[in-house]
Design a protein around this ligand. Structure first.
Ligand SMILES: Cc1cc2nc3c(=O)[nH]c(=O)nc-3n(C[C@H](O)[C@H](O)[C@H](O)COP(=O)(O)OP(=O)(O)OC[C@H]3O[C@@H](n4cnc5c(N)ncnc54)[C@H](O)[C@@H]3O)c2cc1C
Length: 243
């Protein structure tokens, strides 16, 4: 079991990363090390308001270990924690605990990695894919990324750039409600399914599959993969409980 430690940190910057979705940059505490795919618990100190869920939430680290700051991204729902986080001024002190989790890339680079992300479930894969480019990992990476509309898709631009820059990385975004977008969408549409995987992967057997997102999405993807004949041992999942 990995050990996790508590650290003091401060908010350095915040930005909009998709419609209704914000990225928050925290100072990386001295000695803080993590593997792409791991998460932290963020605790707010003395928030002006709180609710039954308390002052603490888990977030995957969306930045790469090589990046200067620790970045998280979250859907800004109307909960006390997120209202406080949204309004928090730069330099606000927070407590970070971590890193935690074992949702990390396998070592054997002969096996491709297939990432299935539902909405904000992109965050752990964002870290892995950014790291893969910086560290020039030999792994072949495929990201299937499902959102309602392009406007909702966090990190769309950076993911497109990474796909251009890293020939080992294939990016397959899909929109489930493209008709509700203000823009024209020419990519894949509908939920990630077996047919979509077959069209983009060299083979269904062989890769390690990683699924992250809301629990219902994770359950649906696991079922789909098993029905497609993927060995359960080759499926790893991270549920964003709370969605
Ligand atoms: C390992 C792990 C990694 C995670 N990584 C991330 C991440 O990278 N980014 C991220 O955003 N989240 C992540 N989460 C989830 C995160 O911890 C929160 O649970 C989530 O962001 C919801 O927080 P909240 O304050 O919006 O809602 P909470 O106050 O935690 O909501 C609790 C419950 O209230 C209900 N609820 C509240 N608001 C709404 C609403 N507007 N619509 C419908 N139901 C509602 C939901 O049923 C929910 O179950 C992760 C969770 C885990 C366990």
């Amino acid at each position: 079991m990995a050990t996790s430690t508590a650290f003091k940190s401060r908010l350095k910057e915040k930005e909009n990363v998709a419609e209704g979705t914000m990225g928050f940059y925290f100072a990386k505490p001295d000695g803080f090390q993590f593997k792409p795919g791991q998460y932290i618990d963020v605790t707010l100190h003395d928030p002006p308001e709180t609710d039954a869920e308390g002052n603490i939430r888990s977030f995957s680290i969306a930045s790469a270990p090589e990046d200067q700051d620790l970045m998280i991204a979250t859907r800004m729902r109307d909960t006390a924690f997120k209202r406080v986080l949204r309004m928090a001024p730069v330099d606000t002190q927070v407590r970070l605990e971590g890193p935690m989790g074992s949702f990390t890339l396998h070592n054997n680079s002969a096996k491709p990695a297939v990432f299935l992300a539902g909405g904000i479930g992109i965050t752990p894969f964002s870290s892995v894919i950014r790291h893969a480019a910086k560290a020039r990992l030999p792994h072949h990476l495929y990201l299937f990324y499902s959102n309602r509309r392009p406007e909702d898709a966090t990190f769309m631009n950076i993911l497109n750039e990474l796909a251009q820059a890293n020939s080992n990385f294939r990016f397959i975004p899909t929109m489930t409600e493209a008709e509700k977008s203000a823009t024209t969408w020419n990519g894949e549409t509908g939920f990630i399914n077996q047919d979509m995987l077959v069209r983009h992967l060299p083979g269904l057997q062989g890769p390690i599959y990683y699924v992250a997102g809301p629990p219902a999405m994770v359950a649906a993807m696991r079922q789909m993969l098993i029905a497609a004949g993927v060995d359960e041992d080759d499926i790893r999942t991270e549920e964003f409980s709370g969605y």
